[in-house]
Ligand binder design. Structure first.
Ligand code: NAI
Length: 351
C-alpha cells in the first residue's frame, strides 16, 4: 500500500474486527450509501490475529481489540493508514505508537449518550431494589420480600465522576428526575451542569459525601483505579458503586474486599478490568478461570452485565453511520477534528 494515494480509490478496504452479527447488520445497512469494501472478522485484533489486517487501508475495531505498539507496527508495515474505532473510548489504542507510525485514529465520540445514561439509572435501580433477585424468586413461585428491601433514591446523595455527554445526563436524571442531591467532579466544570444545581467538588469530597457513586470519566493514567482501597476508606459505609465507564476505573480486588467487609454496600458494573477475555463471547460451555470475576458473581449485592450499556438500536445505527462517515472523511482528506484521537490530550494505558 505504501505510496498509494487513498483519495484516488473509490472505496476504502476495511477490516472489521470483533464482529458480532449486529455489527455486520448495522454496518452493511449504513454502507449502502458509502460503498466501502467491508470484510468482517469475528476475532478481535491483537498480536495473534494481526495478519488478518494485511492489505487493508483501514482497520475498524471495538473496545476490546488490543492495538498496542506491536500490533501498530505490523499494521503499519502491511499498509494500514486508519484505525476507525466503533466506540467513544480509546484506551485500547497506543496513541503515541499510532502517531509514530503515521496512523490516523478516529472514533465515534457520541452515538447515544442516552443509551448509557439510561442504562446507568437502570443498573442502580436493579441493584438497590433487588429487581434481578426478585425476578428469580417470582419465577420459582417464591413471593416473599425478605431480603429485597431497598432505599428511596429521593434525597440521597449521588456523586457523578465525569460530567461529559453521559455523566451530565446521569446528573440530570438523578437531580431533576429523582430529586437526589447530585455532586459532580470533573477536570472541566460545565456551566450547564452547575445551572442544574449540581456543584463541582473535589473527588475525595464527592467520595466522602455520596450514597451512590457513578463513574463516567474516561480511563486514563490519571483515572485508573480511581476507586481503590484508599478512596473506599473515605466513602460512607454501605455506599453503592455503579460503573458503566471502563473496568479499570476501579481496583476490582479492593472492591471485592470492601464488599466482603460491607463497606461497599453494592456494586453494579457493565465493564470489568479484564473483560477482554470474557465479554462478547459465549463461554457457557467453558470453565471461566478468572477467579476475581467468579468471586464477584457470588455476592448477592453485585450485578454484572457484559458491556451492553451502549446497546440500543439508535446507538448501533449511529455508530455504523459515523464510523463509515469517518472513513470517507479520511479518504477525502477531511477528517473531522471532533472525531480525531490524538496522543497529546491524555496519557492512556493500552490494557
Ligand atoms: P465525554 O468525553 O463526553 O466525558 C468524559 C468526561 O470525563 C469529560 O467531561 C472529562 O472532562 C471528564 N474527565 C476526564 N478526566 C477526568 C478525571 N480525571 N476526573 C474526572 N473527570 C474527568 O465521554 P462520554 O461520552 O460521557 O463517555 C464517558 C465514558 O463512558 C467513556 O470514556 C467510555 O469509557 C465510557 N463508555 C461506556 C460505554 C458502555 O457501553 N459501557 C459506552 C460509551 C462510553
Amino acid at each position: 500500500m505504501a505510496g498509494v494515494d487513498l483519495r484516488k480509490t473509490t472505496t476504502m478496504k476495511i477490516a472489521v474486527f470483533s464482529t458480532q452479527p449486529y455489527d455486520e447488520a448495522y454496518l452493511q445497512q449504513a454502507n449502502d450509501s458509502f460503498k466501502h469494501q467491508l470484510v468482517f472478522f469475528e476475532q478481535p485484533l491483537s498480536a495473534s490475529t494481526v495478519a488478518l489486517a494485511a492489505g487493508f487501508s483501514t482497520v475498524c475495531v471495538f473496545v476490546n481489540d488490543r492495538l498496542d505498539a506491536t500490533v501498530l507496527a505490523e499494521i503499519s508495515r502491511t499498509g494500514t493508514k486508519l484505525i476507525a474505532l466503533r466506540a467513544a473510548g480509546f484506551n485500547n489504542v497506543d496513541l503515541k505508537a499510532a502517531e509514530a507510525y503515521g496512523i490516523t485514529v478516529v472514533r465515534v465520540p457520541a452515538y447515544s449518550p442516552y443509551a448509557v445514561a439510561e442504562y446507568t439509572v437502570g443498573l442502580l435501580l436493579a441493584l438497590d431494589r433487588k429487581i434481578c433477585r426478585a425476578w428469580v424468586r417470582v419465577r420459582e413461585d417464591n413471593f416473599t420480600l425478605d431480603g429485597l428491601v431497598g432505599h428511596d433514591l429521593h434525597g440521597k446523595v449521588v456523586g457523578v465522576v465525569g460530567t461529559g455527554r453521559i455523566g451530565s445526563l446521569v446528573a440530570k436524571a438523578f437531580k431533576l428526575g429523582f430529586g437526589c442531591t447530585v455532586l459532580a467532579t470533573d477536570v472541566y466544570h460545565d456551566p450547564k451542569v452547575e445551572q442544574m444545581g449540581v456543584p463541582y467538588v473535589e473527588l475525595n469530597d464527592l467520595i466522602r459525601r455520596a450514597d451512590v457513586i457513578c463513574l463516567h470519566c474516561p480511563l486514563t493514567s490519571q483515572t485508573r483505579h480511581l476507586i481503590n482501597t484508599d478512596t473506599i476508606a473515605l466513602a460512607k459505609p454501605g455506599f453503592l458503586l455503579i460503573n458503566t465507564g471502563r473496568g479499570a476505573l476501579i481496583d476490582t480486588e479492593a472492591v471485592v474486599n470492601a464488599l466482603k467487609s460491607g463497606h461497599v454496600g453494592g456494586l453494579a458494573m457493565d465493564v470489568y478490568e479484564e473483560e477482554s477475555d470474557l465479554f462478547f463471547k459465549d463461554l457457557s460451555n467453558e470453565v471461566v478461570k478468572d477467579d476475581l470475576f467468579q468471586h464477584l458473581l457470588t455476592f448477592p449485592n453485585v450485578i454484572v452485565t457484559g458491556h451492553q450499556a451502549f446497546f440500543t438500536q439508535e446507538a448501533l445505527a449511529a455508530i455504523a453511520q459515523t464510523t463509515l462517515q469517518n472513513v470517507t472523511n479520511f479518504q477525502e482528506g477531511n477528517v473531522d477534528p471532533a472525531k480525531l484521537v490524538k496522543a497529546v490530550a491524555v496519557t492512556v494505558s493500552c490494557k
